[in-house]
Design a protein around this ligand. Sequence first.
Ligand code: ZN
Length: 1007
Amino acid sequence: MSRKIFVKLSILLVAILVGGVAAAWADNETAPGRDPKQPVDEAYTTKIKKYTTEPYFSSPLVDYLPASKTVPTPEAVLGDVAGAPGILPYAEEVYKYMRLLEKASPRVKVFSIGTTEEGREMIAVAVSSEENLKRLDANRALLAKLADPRTIQMNDAEAEKIAGQAVPVYYITGTIHSPETGAPTALMELAYRLAVDESPYIKEIRDGVITLITPVVEVDGRDRMVDIYRWHLAHPKEFYPPLIYWGKYVAHDNNRDAMGVTLKLTENVLNTYVDWKAQVLHDLHESVPYLYDNTIGDGPYNAWIDPILADEWGMIGWRNVADMTKFGMPGVFTHGDFDTWSPGYLMFIAALHNGISRLYETFGNGGADTRERTLEPEEYARTWYKQNPPLPKTLWSQRDNNNYEETGLLTSLHYFNENKRLFLTNFYLKAKRSILKPQAEGPAAYVLPASDTRPTLQADLLRVMEKQKVEISRATAAFSVSMPVKEEKKDKKEAGSKQKEEKPKTETREFPAGSYIIRMDQPYSRIADALLDHQYWSPDDPQKTPYDDTGWTFGELFNVQVVRVTDPKVLDASMERVKEIRVRSGVQGEGSVLAIDNNAEPALATLRYRLKNATMEAAEEEFEAGGRKFHRGTFLIKGVSRADLDTATKDLGLEAVAIASAPNVPTHPLQAARIAFLHTWLGTQTEGWWRLALDKLQIPYDYISTQTIANIPDLNEKYDVILFPPVGWGASPAAIINGLPTGWGNPLPWMNTPLTPNLVGKNDSTPDMRPGLGWEGVAKLQRFVEKGGVLVSVMDTARFASSIGLTIGVNIGSSGKMKIVGSVLGTRFVDSASPIAYGYGEKLSAYCDDGPIFSLTGTVSGRRQRHLGPEMHERPTGRGTLDDPDFVVGRPVAKAPEQPEAEDWENPPLTDEQKHNNPRVIPPAQLPRVILRYADAKDLLVSGLVEGGGEIAQHPAVVDVPAGKGHVVLFSINPVYRGETEGSYSLVLNTVMNFDSLNSGRKDAAK
Ligand SMILES: [Zn+2]
């Protein structure tokens, strides 16, 4: 079929479909279609048609713009229509337009909802009838009763009544992902339509719903993206720089923060969603042709959502597909392969606060260029859930994208309004069922015992709950509950072979006064339950490609005790609501020596840097003083007044104890080490979580790129420790060294210029992002370690450190069938005398994403000795039974020397033959020291998915490798991740503070 005929046919098809729409609506349901009495803005409408590349990429809802004598159209700010080629507004311009609307129309109100990390404003725009906007507070009070059914004594009849009166709130959020650029202009025009259009279809939405719009979620990233686009327009023939920074800290992961709420944008949207008592949070993304409503998605669904929500996803999503399909718009679908397991997505704020989460992936061009787009076969294939798939090849414009976004939103708002009574009742019902959790599926509460030895970490975890609007109580007296007795895990071989011993099924557990109780009989119990519970993703699950992390259990990752209590008696304990999380702190006791016990709390490092001039020593052994036991790594502080230490510790929630005299144990200095924080120009997101953690802890560092290393004359003169956090996306050593190709193309600047005033923000800059570390940089890093510096490397940067020969005695293997997708794994401390382990117990739960798998070698990577003959595991063929020795006829039995054996995390001992005249043998003092290892296979999985875990079980997780006078510390886990892993931060912070004493406690070497 020629293109021309195809287009003509398509127009015909659209005409038929649109013509048939009226008959497709339910009784008394208003069909889309403009009000013939209201004039159309002809010039604007002509441009909409001009920028829409095919008629079927539009709908009767957006193919015209109603005219208004008083209200300005988006053209007033953009200089053209929404979605026009070449035009991307800065956030400020979008806000300017929204405020023009507010000024011109009583149907629009703009609210400031907070600022970003870089101080830019975030807004929410409410669009509804004048009457509704006048009654905002009264309406909010009605919605609040549905949001918290306790306020109406869970009276269903009362709730029904309110559901018939209240105006629901539908909250739309745009462009959280900065290269997904279309939403702001779509939302500008949507706000105009909702305020101005007198068509019955739109008027009903306006009268029946409060549409709340945050047009730009990632404001810092938006402004950088617009900069890049302007640069591209000014240099049309050149490659333009990739958007290496979005927000100050992270890029795409800003949509994985809805658990930890560490970013301002998450906090601001969460507060807005909860304050407005909204029923829906609908987040706009762009990556899939042409509109994928991915909230229905695929399994497994998050286990903690109310099934009512799953039903709502289905109702709204399939109806959305149906409506747009009837308009003749191709490529609209739902289902797809996205699972809704992880609650980290921004939209999930609604899912776990009794609302409805929704997410669109529309088709963006990463800017406002109109481009020919060619799809992959799987994208245009017709499948059962994609009956009208996208076209294999088409010209695609930002206006097309805006048409899809607006049409999808308007049909959703229409359907939501038509069924608002049901959705409001569901909103109430989900809240009520949250409150009934203790009696229904349970648990009754989570308890965080007052006896926890990590009060600052406990407080941090509780503050996450506070940000999530979870009610927290504190026991005013000791209490006890009945707990199920946990059966010990057994290896699969053992299990079932022996009969189960008779044991009591429950036991009593006591909790001291002051313990925190998170009651599950509250409206937002689901979010607390989802974050504090354990996750299990079966390796047999039909979903083979988890979309994101599979485990996140906060108590485990924060290294604090969180007890899941099913006994409803816990709710009768004497308790009070907590207004502020406070930790017992300050200086206690009398004596000349100030000591702070070490329990691996990150606040200790903050104290070290805050009191920079004080002398702090670490106790290398545990000791007792004043009737108290102090752990290894205890801080012994001199050179600071008691008053100053009291102020600092009160600020940080630490407890210092004045003891009579210095303990009789070896000590070494704790240093406020000078940190270089090394990043590449390949990806900055995974390290961004590290920056965020250090900034929150107020630990200073120089943020430098791999490009600068070669130009620093003497790294050791400036720095003690170089942190090289993961690059992400499995960056190869070659990519870290080479960067992007410089043999062709043009420089890719990341600098502030008049054309790009927002690029740099508070991060780094370069005239050309392409060059990497280079071989001179490699040599500098090697020299830095040789001369006594410490290099911390993690996952892909550990591979890099290994590839440049800095990790003698450690092999990094590749996995076969292992699959660990963002899971929480059990680990065990191997060498608690190492300063890196200070403050920890025997175990730690840690975040792992597929390794890498470390093994020690004992010799410098020589070729493996060739074995002749078969592998001998037991005994050779011969006389006797399996356990008997064989014999040789004609001579007495020769006793074989014992074969050296080692655990998977240990150095394999060498045989006498291997040691003979072998310069590759590593002397004891130079051997890598394993600090932490992965647990045995049966204890490996704490939360999430582990398949083929035997490959990594027992292998080293953290290794301290001596190199010259310095050290390279290798991490297989990621200890600093998404604000969720505070419990493992101290592994890094200990390394930093003890950088020049890492050999203390070494068994096999002189200091
Ligand atoms: Zn996205």
